[in-house]
Design a protein around this ligand. Structure first.
Ligand SMILES: Cc1ncc(COP(=O)(O)O)c(C=O)c1O
Length: 393
């Protein structure tokens, strides 16, 4: 074991018993390079985070320019900082009128925490509803609404009155009632292997929220900034939430999140008590600059318009008798195999052959494909060839 790997294993907290321990030297475009100079085609993009690929000069120049001007200057929400207000303005310009006001955070989980608090404050109701098998983050509030008991059990007691519906099951919407402050839902359910909404499920959730007065929170932490071919997933499914949570891909590889709502709703965090949600580093100017550059680039190019064609190319080149199905939408795809052994073999052998693939949180028979959305057709075909080659073996 190299010294670096030894230190990593013994002095950095481990989240998984068998990490790949890829030792990174650099990353450019759709490729990551290890310290031995071996190139790996990246079909994961830091788990849906590196929207424009690695080391994209659009992002790195924005980061460097901002660092040369100022980095952290004050706790969030006190000073007028141009990367923050310009990003808030561009987001508002690209969102429906009722999603006009952005609270910047450090991460996806913090966005969920803020949204849950805002919903409770706005409705004066106690209950949060989420979906079975959902994932919204690892902090205690987000964990409380996670739809998987195995991951929650050892951390109880968690928040009370966190109840569930079943994704794509309209009958379960009966659980949304007048005591529900908010329903938190991912437009495409991630942890179970990219399940897309069927039979107008999201519209039905919206209607039930309207009926009961519950707020609708969309967790677009993984779908945001173009991954489905639209800037946000709600555009694709034509349902507007009351609160929108984003993170991951919005930073172009830098850590930032946000929850977005109407000014009236968001203003509730300002008074009685004031400082309803505070964060020191949320909306860090360097990360806002990276996010602003990413958003500007996506809006001014045809990268998002290419996503559907890239999805079709993946589907075409992944046709193989050992692949049961391909689920998902845009560049959020899941390859489903007959058994978990095969899924594991594909991830491990692909890495040996220079292709990065990864697992899902709750399903073991599928593997994820979430490349940078700038990935080229040639790279898509090259990666699919590696997968099929292993399956043929
Ligand atoms: C749908 C969804 N929500 C929330 C989160 C949590 O985001 P973060 O890891 O930035 O806290 C994730 C992260 O994987 C996610 O995929």
């Amino acid at each position: 074991m190299s010294t670096a790997k030894y230190i990593f294993k013994n002095h950095q907290a481990q989240t998984f018993p068998y990490p790949s321990c890829l030792e990174i030297e650099k990353a450019i475009g759709s490729y990551i390079y290890d310290v031995n100079g071996k190139a790996y085609l990246d079909f994961i993009a830091g788990v849906s985070a590196c929207t424009l690929g690695h080391s994209n000069p659009i992002v790195t120049d924005a980061v460097k320019n901002q660092l040369d001007k100022y980095s952290h200057v004050m706790v969030y929400g006190e000073y007028v900082q141009s990367p923050q207000y310009k990003l808030a303005q561009l987001l508002a310009n690209n969102l429906p009128e009722k999603l006009s006001t952005t609270y910047f955070t450090n991460s996806g989980a913090e966005s969920i925490e803020g949204a849950m608090k805002l919903a409770k404050r706005a409705t004066i109701r106690p209950e949060i509803i989420s979906c079975k098998d959902s994932y919204h983050g690892s902090t205690q509030g987000a964990l409380s609404i996670m739809g998987n008991e195995e991951h929650k059990a050892k951390y109880r007691p968690l928040l009370p009155l966190c109840n569930q519906i079943i994704y794509n099951d309209a009958e379960s919407l009966i659980n949304i009632t007048e005591q529900t402050a908010a329903v938190v839902i991912e437009p495409v359910q991630g942890g179970t292997g990219f399940i897309t909404p069927s039979d107008n499920f999201l519209q039905k959730v919206r209607e039930k929220c309207n009926e009961t007065g519950a707020l609708l929170i969309f967790d677009e932490i993984q779908t945001c900034f173009g991954r489905l071919g639209t800037l946000f997933g709600f555009e694709k499914y034509d349902v507007i939430p009351d609160i929108l949570c984003i993170a991951k891909g919005m930073g172009g590889g830098m850590p930032i999140g946000a929850f977005i709502s109407s000014w009236e709703l968001m203003n509730l965090l300002t008074f009685e008590p004031k400082l309803g949600h505070i964060t020191t580093f949320g909306g860090h100017p360097v990360n806002c600059a990276a996010s602003l550059a990413t958003l500007q680039h996506l809006i001014s190019t045809n990268i998002m318009q290419e996503v559907d064609k890239k999805e079709q190319l993946f589907r075409l080149h992944l046709k193989h008798p050992k692949i049961k199905t391909i689920r998902g939408s845009g560049l959020m795809l899941a390859i489903e195999f007959e058994d978990e052994k095969l899924a594991k073999i594909i991830v491990e052998k692909s890495l040996e052959k220079g292709l990065i693939l990864f697992y899902f949180l709750f399903t073991k028979t599928a593997i994820r494909i979430t490349p940078p959305i700038t990935i080229s057709n040639k790279e898509i075909i090259e990666g699919c060839k590696i997968v099929k080659g292993i399956l043929d073996e």
